[in-house]
Write a protein that binds this ligand. Structure first.
Ligand code: PLP
Length: 373
């Protein structure tokens, strides 16, 4: 049997990620592969750091993309900062906080869970109570934008509380980066990770991370070796670090980095604040249309993520059949519910390049037709 080239269908991606990748980024991905230690490539890496510092609003020297998807950024933060025996307060209000707990426990550290109902934000009061009850805790970890439920927690307040109790914060900003206000330096965030496939609209497979001085000191003063060879920052920094001679650690995903570079150039052209505003404007437009159809949101107003709209599936509607019809007849992907919300909600993403007036209209019209409204 002869297998021929793979030709993916042309979809509109309005789920929880990956989001639509623009023609400009696709063209960047197709540029010639060069050596990952080629001086031209190294120049691109330096620009990449500057562009990521812009996106994160930070001057952190230790800012670079991990060569693997968002989950690897999460693991990079945990395995480099947390050591066996440490105590970490993990706030969970959806799927991704549960993964943070997994990371902590696999290191041999203790996770103190602060749980909030799915669809609500992390409650600062509950965090404060946990901090008081656990004066020996070293870290607080939380998800800024919970993609499983569409809730946006108050990262600034949670970080301040953690610092008041001498804890460092580890923040999941996979879905918030470029979609919602996020100010790493102004909010004093110690360690943060994101992804390329949500509001940056680059393909999946890279995870921007950033660590401040305080976090870098903790990493430098570790008692034990980082359990992961690949994610050990003391080794990775020989490749990505400032003034490093760029010695070989692993072969960077060269073309994928071209794609991220281009998407960050696009972000810079638009302006970070304008990108946040576009996400909010399109969310409000989508919300008006959905409410007209009698479709309601999971998260209460004011706590909602503009880039991820979790809405209740109307009574009597077949979840899988509707999503299947949208995909097959309209080439439109929306997301299913995850975890506790599986079968109960749809997750409509308005991320990055996919967050446009045209897509909001397309999504609303397609849903109307499929639901027979
Ligand atoms: C998507 C996502 C991740 C995981 O990113 P991958 O690129 O799928 O590994 C982690 N946290 C949140 C909040 C996410 O939305």
């Amino acid at each position: 049997m002869t297998i021929s080239s793979f030709q993916p269908p042309k979809r509109t991606l309005m789920g929880p990620g990956p989001s639509d990748v623009s023609e400009r980024v696709l063209q960047a991905l197709a540029r010639p592969t060069i050596g990952h230690l080629d001086p031209a490539f190294v120049g691109m890496m330096d620009e990449m750091k500057t562009l990521l510092q812009y996106a994160f609003m930070t001057k952190n020297e230790l800012t670079f993309p991990v060569s693997a998807p968002g989950s690897a950024g999460m693991e990079t933060c945990f395995v480099n900062l947390v050591e066996s025996g440490d105590k970490v307060i993990v706030c969970q209000n959806g799927v991704f906080g549960g993964r943070m707990k997994e990371n902590v426990e696999r290191i041999g550290a203790t996770a103190i869970m602060v749980e909030d109902e799915w669809g609500t934000v992390v409650d600062p009061q509950k965090l404060e109570d946990a901090l008081k009850a656990n004066p020996d805790a070293k870290f607080v970890a939380f998800v800024h934008a919970e993609t499983s439920t569409g809730a946006l927690s108050d990262a600034e307040t949670l970080t301040r509380l953690a610092h008041d109790h001498d804890c460092l914060v580890i923040v999941d900003a996979v879905t918030s980066l470029a979609g919602s206000p996020l100010k790493v330096d102004e909010w004093n965030i110690d360690a943060i990770y994101s992804g390329t496939q949500k509001c940056l609209s680059a393909p999946p497979g890279l995870s921007p991370v950033s660590f401040n001085e305080r976090a870098s000191e903790v990493i430098k003063n570790r008692k034990s070796k980082v359990q992961s060879w690949f994610l050990d920052l003391s080794l990775v920094m020989g490749y990505w670090g400032a003034g490093a001679k760029r010695s070989y650690h692993h072969t960077a995903p060269v073309n994928n980095l071209y794609g991220l570079h281009e998407s960050l150039v696009i972000l810079q052209e638009e302006g970070l604040e304008n990108s946040w505003k576009r996400h909010m404007d399109m969310h409000l437009k989508l919300k008006a249309g959905l409410e007209e159809m009698g479709i309601g949101f999971v998260v209460k107003e004011g706590d909602r993520l503009p880039q991820l709209n979790a809405v209740y599936i109307p009574d009597g509607v077949d979840d899988a059949a509707v999503r299947g019809k949208l995909l097959n007849d309209y080439n439109l992907e929306i997301g299913a519910g995850l975890g506790a919300l599986a079968g109960k909600v749809w997750r409509i993403g308005l991320m990055g390049h996919a967050c446009s007036e045209k897509n909001v209209d397309f999504c609303l019209n397609s849903l109307k037709e499929v639901l027979g409204k």
